[in-house]
Write a new protein. Structure first.
Ligand code: SF4
Length: 372
Protein backbone atom coordinates (compact mmCIF):
# COMPACT_ATOMS: atom_id res chain seq x y z
CA UNK A 1 0.00 0.00 0.00
CA UNK A 2 1.31 3.46 -0.92
CA UNK A 3 -1.47 5.97 -0.51
CA UNK A 4 -3.48 7.27 2.45
CA UNK A 5 -6.84 6.05 1.04
CA UNK A 6 -5.53 2.49 1.01
CA UNK A 7 -4.98 2.68 4.77
CA UNK A 8 -8.61 3.76 5.18
CA UNK A 9 -10.05 1.22 2.75
CA UNK A 10 -13.24 -0.34 4.13
CA UNK A 11 -12.69 -3.68 2.34
CA UNK A 12 -9.20 -4.07 3.82
CA UNK A 13 -10.58 -3.14 7.26
CA UNK A 14 -13.33 -5.80 6.96
CA UNK A 15 -10.73 -8.36 5.86
CA UNK A 16 -8.64 -7.82 9.01
CA UNK A 17 -11.78 -7.76 11.13
CA UNK A 18 -12.76 -11.20 9.74
CA UNK A 19 -9.23 -12.50 10.36
CA UNK A 20 -9.42 -11.39 13.98
CA UNK A 21 -12.79 -13.10 14.46
CA UNK A 22 -11.37 -16.32 13.05
CA UNK A 23 -8.22 -16.41 15.15
CA UNK A 24 -9.43 -15.25 18.57
CA UNK A 25 -10.35 -17.97 21.10
CA UNK A 26 -10.35 -16.11 24.42
CA UNK A 27 -10.45 -12.55 25.85
CA UNK A 28 -7.43 -10.29 25.31
CA UNK A 29 -6.84 -6.72 26.48
CA UNK A 30 -4.63 -4.70 24.19
CA UNK A 31 -3.38 -1.18 24.81
CA UNK A 32 -2.67 1.30 22.04
CA UNK A 33 0.01 3.48 23.58
CA UNK A 34 -0.43 6.62 21.49
CA UNK A 35 -3.21 9.20 21.79
CA UNK A 36 -3.15 9.63 18.00
CA UNK A 37 -4.04 5.95 17.65
CA UNK A 38 -6.80 6.38 20.26
CA UNK A 39 -8.34 9.14 18.17
CA UNK A 40 -8.15 7.06 14.98
CA UNK A 41 -9.77 4.09 16.78
CA UNK A 42 -12.67 6.14 18.13
CA UNK A 43 -13.07 8.36 15.06
CA UNK A 44 -13.18 5.49 12.54
CA UNK A 45 -14.96 3.04 14.85
CA UNK A 46 -12.11 0.50 14.69
CA UNK A 47 -13.16 -0.93 18.08
CA UNK A 48 -16.63 -1.62 16.69
CA UNK A 49 -15.10 -3.95 14.08
CA UNK A 50 -13.49 -6.15 16.72
CA UNK A 51 -14.78 -9.46 18.05
CA UNK A 52 -16.16 -9.18 21.60
CA UNK A 53 -13.15 -11.03 23.04
CA UNK A 54 -10.80 -8.15 22.18
CA UNK A 55 -10.87 -5.09 24.40
CA UNK A 56 -8.83 -2.01 23.57
CA UNK A 57 -7.63 0.22 26.40
CA UNK A 58 -6.00 3.57 25.91
CA UNK A 59 -2.45 4.33 26.92
CA UNK A 60 -0.39 7.23 28.29
CA UNK A 61 0.90 8.38 24.89
CA UNK A 62 -0.54 11.91 24.85
CA UNK A 63 2.17 14.46 25.71
CA UNK A 64 -0.27 17.18 26.71
CA UNK A 65 -2.18 14.80 29.00
CA UNK A 66 0.85 13.60 30.95
CA UNK A 67 2.48 16.99 31.53
CA UNK A 68 2.28 17.36 35.34
CA UNK A 69 0.12 20.07 36.82
CA UNK A 70 3.10 21.66 38.57
CA UNK A 71 4.79 22.24 35.20
CA UNK A 72 1.61 23.94 33.93
CA UNK A 73 1.77 26.12 37.06
CA UNK A 74 5.42 26.92 36.37
CA UNK A 75 4.55 27.78 32.76
CA UNK A 76 1.74 30.07 33.97
CA UNK A 77 4.06 31.80 36.43
CA UNK A 78 6.84 32.34 33.89
CA UNK A 79 4.45 33.44 31.13
CA UNK A 80 2.90 36.08 33.41
CA UNK A 81 6.23 37.88 33.87
CA UNK A 82 6.33 41.22 32.01
CA UNK A 83 9.56 40.70 30.06
CA UNK A 84 8.75 37.18 28.86
CA UNK A 85 7.53 35.92 25.50
CA UNK A 86 6.19 32.44 26.26
CA UNK A 87 5.98 30.12 23.22
CA UNK A 88 4.00 26.88 23.18
CA UNK A 89 2.16 24.43 20.98
CA UNK A 90 -1.52 25.46 20.90
CA UNK A 91 -2.82 22.39 22.78
CA UNK A 92 -1.05 23.43 25.98
CA UNK A 93 -2.85 26.76 26.34
CA UNK A 94 -6.12 25.43 27.79
CA UNK A 95 -4.66 22.67 29.97
CA UNK A 96 -5.72 23.52 33.52
CA UNK A 97 -3.03 24.07 36.15
CA UNK A 98 -3.99 24.20 39.81
CA UNK A 99 -5.40 27.76 39.54
CA UNK A 100 -5.04 29.01 35.99
CA UNK A 101 -3.95 28.17 32.44
CA UNK A 102 -1.81 29.79 29.76
CA UNK A 103 -4.86 30.99 27.86
CA UNK A 104 -5.95 33.03 30.89
CA UNK A 105 -2.47 34.52 31.14
CA UNK A 106 -2.75 35.54 27.49
CA UNK A 107 -6.23 36.99 28.08
CA UNK A 108 -4.80 39.07 30.95
CA UNK A 109 -2.20 40.57 28.58
CA UNK A 110 0.67 38.09 28.86
CA UNK A 111 2.74 37.63 25.71
CA UNK A 112 1.87 33.96 25.08
CA UNK A 113 2.42 32.86 21.49
CA UNK A 114 1.50 29.65 19.65
CA UNK A 115 4.37 28.29 17.58
CA UNK A 116 4.68 25.17 15.44
CA UNK A 117 8.34 24.44 16.14
CA UNK A 118 10.91 25.22 18.84
CA UNK A 119 13.02 26.73 16.07
CA UNK A 120 10.28 29.36 15.60
CA UNK A 121 10.71 30.24 19.28
CA UNK A 122 14.48 30.52 18.81
CA UNK A 123 13.87 32.86 15.86
CA UNK A 124 11.61 35.02 18.06
CA UNK A 125 14.41 35.13 20.66
CA UNK A 126 16.93 36.35 18.09
CA UNK A 127 14.48 39.01 16.89
CA UNK A 128 13.76 40.22 20.44
CA UNK A 129 17.13 40.38 22.22
CA UNK A 130 15.78 42.55 25.05
CA UNK A 131 13.06 40.00 26.00
CA UNK A 132 13.31 36.53 27.56
CA UNK A 133 11.84 33.89 25.20
CA UNK A 134 10.77 30.57 26.70
CA UNK A 135 9.59 27.49 24.80
CA UNK A 136 7.39 24.88 26.54
CA UNK A 137 9.21 21.69 25.49
CA UNK A 138 6.65 18.93 26.00
CA UNK A 139 6.45 15.61 24.25
CA UNK A 140 7.79 12.10 23.85
CA UNK A 141 10.83 10.92 21.93
CA UNK A 142 9.17 12.24 18.77
CA UNK A 143 9.59 15.94 19.59
CA UNK A 144 12.89 15.59 21.46
CA UNK A 145 15.15 15.93 18.37
CA UNK A 146 13.67 19.32 17.34
CA UNK A 147 13.85 20.62 20.92
CA UNK A 148 17.43 19.37 21.21
CA UNK A 149 18.25 21.12 17.93
CA UNK A 150 16.82 24.45 19.16
CA UNK A 151 18.95 24.32 22.32
CA UNK A 152 22.03 23.15 20.39
CA UNK A 153 21.64 26.03 17.90
CA UNK A 154 21.02 28.55 20.69
CA UNK A 155 24.34 27.53 22.26
CA UNK A 156 26.20 27.60 18.95
CA UNK A 157 24.80 31.06 18.13
CA UNK A 158 25.36 32.43 21.64
CA UNK A 159 21.66 33.29 22.13
CA UNK A 160 21.37 34.33 25.78
CA UNK A 161 17.66 35.17 26.01
CA UNK A 162 16.29 31.74 25.04
CA UNK A 163 15.37 28.88 27.37
CA UNK A 164 13.08 25.84 27.43
CA UNK A 165 10.69 24.55 30.09
CA UNK A 166 11.36 20.84 29.75
CA UNK A 167 8.63 18.22 30.19
CA UNK A 168 9.96 15.40 28.04
CA UNK A 169 8.80 11.88 28.76
CA UNK A 170 9.86 8.47 27.45
CA UNK A 171 7.58 5.63 26.39
CA UNK A 172 9.38 2.40 27.44
CA UNK A 173 9.54 3.22 31.20
CA UNK A 174 5.81 4.07 31.15
CA UNK A 175 5.02 0.70 29.55
CA UNK A 176 7.07 -1.01 32.26
CA UNK A 177 5.24 0.96 34.97
CA UNK A 178 1.90 -0.23 33.56
CA UNK A 179 3.04 -3.85 33.26
CA UNK A 180 4.45 -4.01 36.78
CA UNK A 181 1.35 -2.43 38.39
CA UNK A 182 -0.90 -4.78 40.42
CA UNK A 183 -3.88 -3.35 38.49
CA UNK A 184 -2.40 -4.18 35.09
CA UNK A 185 -4.74 -5.91 32.66
CA UNK A 186 -2.76 -5.36 29.44
CA UNK A 187 -1.88 -8.53 27.48
CA UNK A 188 -0.27 -6.83 24.49
CA UNK A 189 0.71 -3.41 23.15
CA UNK A 190 0.41 -1.50 19.92
CA UNK A 191 3.53 0.69 20.16
CA UNK A 192 3.47 4.21 18.69
CA UNK A 193 4.95 4.22 15.19
CA UNK A 194 6.24 7.81 15.26
CA UNK A 195 8.18 7.31 18.50
CA UNK A 196 9.83 4.27 16.91
CA UNK A 197 10.64 6.29 13.79
CA UNK A 198 13.09 8.18 16.01
CA UNK A 199 14.12 5.55 18.59
CA UNK A 200 13.66 2.29 16.68
CA UNK A 201 12.20 -0.66 18.56
CA UNK A 202 15.20 -2.46 20.06
CA UNK A 203 14.36 -0.82 23.44
CA UNK A 204 11.10 -2.79 23.54
CA UNK A 205 12.71 -6.20 23.15
CA UNK A 206 13.80 -6.62 26.80
CA UNK A 207 10.34 -5.43 27.96
CA UNK A 208 8.58 -7.95 25.73
CA UNK A 209 10.82 -10.76 27.05
CA UNK A 210 10.64 -9.74 30.73
CA UNK A 211 6.84 -9.38 30.90
CA UNK A 212 5.95 -11.94 28.21
CA UNK A 213 3.92 -9.38 26.19
CA UNK A 214 3.73 -9.00 22.43
CA UNK A 215 4.56 -5.47 21.29
CA UNK A 216 3.68 -4.50 17.73
CA UNK A 217 4.98 -1.20 16.33
CA UNK A 218 1.90 0.21 14.59
CA UNK A 219 0.91 3.14 12.39
CA UNK A 220 -2.02 5.51 12.77
CA UNK A 221 -4.58 4.75 10.07
CA UNK A 222 -7.49 2.34 10.63
CA UNK A 223 -6.01 -0.41 8.45
CA UNK A 224 -2.62 0.00 10.19
CA UNK A 225 -4.29 -0.45 13.57
CA UNK A 226 -6.32 -3.49 12.49
CA UNK A 227 -3.23 -5.09 10.94
CA UNK A 228 -1.29 -4.35 14.16
CA UNK A 229 -4.07 -6.00 16.15
CA UNK A 230 -3.98 -9.09 13.91
CA UNK A 231 -0.21 -9.37 14.51
CA UNK A 232 -0.62 -8.88 18.26
CA UNK A 233 -3.54 -11.31 18.66
CA UNK A 234 -1.80 -13.92 16.51
CA UNK A 235 1.16 -13.83 18.91
CA UNK A 236 -1.13 -14.07 21.94
CA UNK A 237 -3.06 -17.01 20.50
CA UNK A 238 0.20 -18.79 19.60
CA UNK A 239 1.74 -18.13 23.04
CA UNK A 240 4.50 -15.93 21.60
CA UNK A 241 5.77 -12.62 23.02
CA UNK A 242 7.93 -10.73 20.54
CA UNK A 243 8.42 -7.28 19.10
CA UNK A 244 7.06 -7.04 15.56
CA UNK A 245 6.88 -4.10 13.17
CA UNK A 246 3.65 -3.34 11.30
CA UNK A 247 4.88 0.18 10.41
CA UNK A 248 7.71 -0.92 8.13
CA UNK A 249 7.15 1.99 5.76
CA UNK A 250 8.56 4.38 8.40
CA UNK A 251 10.33 2.41 11.14
CA UNK A 252 13.64 0.55 11.29
CA UNK A 253 14.81 -1.48 14.28
CA UNK A 254 17.65 0.96 15.03
CA UNK A 255 15.54 4.09 14.37
CA UNK A 256 17.05 7.41 13.33
CA UNK A 257 20.55 7.30 14.79
CA UNK A 258 21.40 10.92 13.89
CA UNK A 259 18.35 12.14 15.82
CA UNK A 260 19.26 9.88 18.75
CA UNK A 261 22.80 11.35 18.83
CA UNK A 262 21.41 14.88 18.98
CA UNK A 263 19.05 13.93 21.82
CA UNK A 264 21.97 12.38 23.74
CA UNK A 265 24.14 15.44 23.14
CA UNK A 266 21.63 17.83 24.73
CA UNK A 267 19.51 15.70 27.10
CA UNK A 268 20.06 13.10 29.80
CA UNK A 269 17.61 10.57 31.22
CA UNK A 270 15.99 11.75 34.48
CA UNK A 271 13.06 10.76 36.72
CA UNK A 272 9.83 12.48 35.61
CA UNK A 273 6.44 13.00 37.15
CA UNK A 274 3.49 12.06 34.87
CA UNK A 275 0.17 13.84 35.37
CA UNK A 276 -2.29 11.54 37.13
CA UNK A 277 0.27 8.74 37.37
CA UNK A 278 3.10 10.09 39.54
CA UNK A 279 6.86 9.84 39.29
CA UNK A 280 8.34 7.10 37.10
CA UNK A 281 12.10 6.54 37.45
CA UNK A 282 14.22 7.20 34.33
CA UNK A 283 11.11 8.17 32.38
CA UNK A 284 12.03 11.61 31.13
CA UNK A 285 14.67 13.87 29.68
CA UNK A 286 16.36 16.88 31.29
CA UNK A 287 19.09 19.17 29.98
CA UNK A 288 22.69 17.99 30.36
CA UNK A 289 25.14 20.17 32.27
CA UNK A 290 26.66 22.01 29.25
CA UNK A 291 23.13 23.11 28.26
CA UNK A 292 21.73 23.88 31.73
CA UNK A 293 21.94 27.63 31.04
CA UNK A 294 18.89 27.06 28.77
CA UNK A 295 16.79 25.51 31.55
CA UNK A 296 13.83 27.86 32.17
CA UNK A 297 13.09 26.33 35.60
CA UNK A 298 16.52 27.37 36.85
CA UNK A 299 16.59 30.68 35.01
CA UNK A 300 13.27 31.78 36.53
CA UNK A 301 13.75 30.15 39.94
CA UNK A 302 10.66 27.92 39.81
CA UNK A 303 12.41 24.55 40.11
CA UNK A 304 11.19 23.63 43.59
CA UNK A 305 7.42 24.14 43.14
CA UNK A 306 5.26 21.09 43.83
CA UNK A 307 1.43 20.83 43.90
CA UNK A 308 -1.21 18.15 44.36
CA UNK A 309 -3.46 16.89 41.54
CA UNK A 310 -7.23 17.43 41.64
CA UNK A 311 -8.83 14.29 43.14
CA UNK A 312 -11.91 14.56 40.87
CA UNK A 313 -10.17 13.77 37.56
CA UNK A 314 -9.42 10.06 37.03
CA UNK A 315 -7.28 10.62 33.93
CA UNK A 316 -4.38 8.77 35.60
CA UNK A 317 -6.46 5.58 35.60
CA UNK A 318 -7.52 6.22 32.00
CA UNK A 319 -3.91 6.75 30.89
CA UNK A 320 -2.94 3.42 32.47
CA UNK A 321 -5.76 1.51 30.79
CA UNK A 322 -7.57 0.82 34.07
CA UNK A 323 -10.68 2.91 33.23
CA UNK A 324 -12.28 4.32 30.11
CA UNK A 325 -13.41 7.95 29.72
CA UNK A 326 -17.14 7.22 30.02
CA UNK A 327 -16.46 5.57 33.39
CA UNK A 328 -15.44 8.95 34.84
CA UNK A 329 -18.41 10.42 36.80
CA UNK A 330 -17.56 13.89 35.48
CA UNK A 331 -17.43 12.87 31.79
CA UNK A 332 -19.64 15.08 29.59
CA UNK A 333 -21.30 16.62 32.65
CA UNK A 334 -18.94 18.57 34.89
CA UNK A 335 -16.09 17.97 32.41
CA UNK A 336 -16.42 19.03 28.76
CA UNK A 337 -13.97 20.48 26.22
CA UNK A 338 -15.35 23.97 27.04
CA UNK A 339 -14.89 23.42 30.80
CA UNK A 340 -12.24 20.70 31.15
CA UNK A 341 -11.27 19.31 34.54
CA UNK A 342 -8.33 17.38 33.15
CA UNK A 343 -5.84 17.43 30.30
CA UNK A 344 -7.29 14.32 28.65
CA UNK A 345 -10.41 16.40 27.83
CA UNK A 346 -8.32 19.27 26.39
CA UNK A 347 -5.70 17.66 24.22
CA UNK A 348 -6.40 16.83 20.59
CA UNK A 349 -4.84 13.43 21.44
CA UNK A 350 -6.65 12.98 24.77
CA UNK A 351 -8.86 9.91 25.23
CA UNK A 352 -11.65 11.86 26.98
CA UNK A 353 -11.71 14.40 24.13
CA UNK A 354 -11.90 11.57 21.57
CA UNK A 355 -14.87 9.93 23.30
CA UNK A 356 -16.58 13.29 23.72
CA UNK A 357 -16.01 14.34 20.12
CA UNK A 358 -16.84 11.13 18.28
CA UNK A 359 -19.22 9.32 20.65
CA UNK A 360 -22.16 10.76 22.52
CA UNK A 361 -22.14 9.79 26.19
CA UNK A 362 -25.03 7.32 25.76
CA UNK A 363 -23.09 5.52 23.01
CA UNK A 364 -20.15 5.03 25.32
CA UNK A 365 -21.99 3.64 28.32
CA UNK A 366 -20.83 0.10 29.16
CA UNK A 367 -21.78 -1.50 25.91
CA UNK A 368 -20.85 -4.40 23.70
CA UNK A 369 -17.41 -5.81 24.38
CA UNK A 370 -15.92 -3.01 26.43
CA UNK A 371 -16.42 -4.72 29.74
CA UNK A 372 -15.38 -8.22 28.62
S1 SF4 B 1 -13.71 13.19 31.81
FE1 SF4 B 1 -12.61 15.01 32.57
S2 SF4 B 1 -12.48 14.69 34.80
FE2 SF4 B 1 -12.95 12.70 33.87
S3 SF4 B 1 -10.97 11.74 33.51
FE3 SF4 B 1 -11.51 12.80 31.62
S4 SF4 B 1 -10.51 14.81 31.82
FE4 SF4 B 1 -10.56 13.91 33.89
Amino acid sequence: MKYLEEYRDARAARHYSRLLRKMVTRPWTIMEVCGGQTHAIVRFGVDELLPPEIMLVHGPGCPVCVTPVELIDKAVEIAARPNVIFCSFGDMLRVPGSNSDLFSVKARGGDVRIVYSPLDALKIARENPSREVVFFAVGFETTAPANAMAVYQAKQLGVKNFSILVSHVLVPPAMEAILSSPTNRVNGFLAAGHVCTVMGYHEYEPISRKYRVPIVVTGFEPVDILQGLVMCVRQLEEGRAEVENQYTRAVKREGNTSAQKLIQEVFQVVARKWRGIGEIPSSGLGLREPYREFDAEERFGVASQCVEESPECISGLILQGVKKPHECPAFASRCTPEHPLGATMVSSEGACAAYYRYRRPQATSPARSDEA
